[in-house]
Write a protein of this length. Sequence first.
Length: 145
Amino acid sequence: MHVERTFTVSRSIEDVFAYLSDFENTNEWDPGTIETRRTGGDGGLGTTYANRSRFAGRETELTYETIGFDRPTFFSARGTNKTATATDSMTFTRDGDRTQIHYRADFQFHGVIRYVAPLVVKPKLSDLADETIEQIRSTLERGTR
């Protein structure tokens, strides 16, 4: 299952890419994130992060790895644990002095949860995507970095 949104912010493509491709910044823009910290790498492909998040009242930990990094137009990170794989992908397009962001989050569930996820998780994903986009927009618009 997945969610995706396209929106525009009043920041340069270089600023937007630099901010969103540093996955530690999910601490600021992802409403579900409790903490993300870099555990290896230089910020480019193969960089790893430890993430602790809360979703639907439950706390979970994922190990993320940067799997797509094409400055300043594309970034993707995949998070895994024993019950889920989450992939965040962002495409950036210059729109004058603004930046259009296409955000997509894909979720695959493993084990028994894959049977209940469509009933329990899917209804909450759209609201979470809307909250995430609003948080990204407000964080970038107020001039972070």
